[in-house]
Write a protein that binds this ligand. Structure first.
Ligand code: URA
Length: 209
């Protein structure tokens, strides 16, 4: 079941990316009961054409990693920090999209799905919860956050785990594993270790709720 691919999201014109040749907005996709949500950077050419996240080469690698860890993709929520493909995949040229888009769409989506764990794939997604931290450090990190129930904005109020808290687990981006060579290489192993950590925390969060 999909959720939050609202008409407003699909017709979003809030940043300049809607004028930069996108075919369509690519909303998050997966189970609205997901215990684990994965967040990447932005759609690539395949995602832009099909309207689904992580279905191109990086998505195929991501599927291999999930399968190796016994995680079913259809049980998860798969999303991106930015919903529209930047020309030539150069998201750095569109800082307003990087800031505005997750406030408008990703964070409220996570607030409505309330996953136990959010796995950030790559530094662009990781920067939302671990600002300024390098991808190598990110891949070792996990952090519990509490968010505003409605907007999904991180409050970090130091209170005990509540229904709208989740653990954020950092991971490398699957496309980095692709550039590193055939599956399974050391980057794949690191991503799969993050996936294992996500499964573990998901179980712990279940006990807390
Ligand atoms: N495809 C996506 O949906 N997101 C990425 O970050 C990369 C490829």
């Amino acid at each position: 079941m999909t959720c939050n691919s609202s008409a407003e999201q699909l017709s979003c014109t809030s940043c300049v990316l809607h004028t930069q040749g996108r075919t369509q907005v690519v909303p998050g996709h997966g189970s609205s009961d997901a215990k684990i949500a994965f967040v990447g950077e932005a759609p690539g050419a395949d995602e832009d054409r099909e309207g689904l996240p992580f279905i191109g080469k990086a998505g195929e690698r991501f599927n291999q990693q999930l399968e190796a860890m016994g995680i079913k993709r259809e049980d998860c929520w798969i999303d991106n920090r930015v919903k529209c493909r930047p020309p030539n995949n150069q998201l750095r040229a569109y800082p307003d999209a990087v800031v505005k888009c997750p406030q408008l769409w990703l964070m409220p989506t996570l607030a409505s799905i309330r996953p136990h764990v959010v796995v950030t794939l790559g530094a662009t997604a990781g920067d939302l919860w671990f600002p300024g931290i390098k991808a190598t450090a990110l891949s070792q990190l996990a952090r519990a956050v509490t968010t505003d129930y409605v907007t999904g904005i991180v409050i970090n109020d130091g209170q005990v785990i509540r229904k709208w808290s989740y653990v954020v687990v950092g991971a490398f981006h699957p496309s980095f594993a692709l550039r590193h060579g055939p599956f399974p290489n050391s980057v794949d192993s690191s991503i799969m270790a993050s996936m294992a950590r996500a499964s573990y925390y998901s179980g712990l969060m279940e006990l807390q709720r």
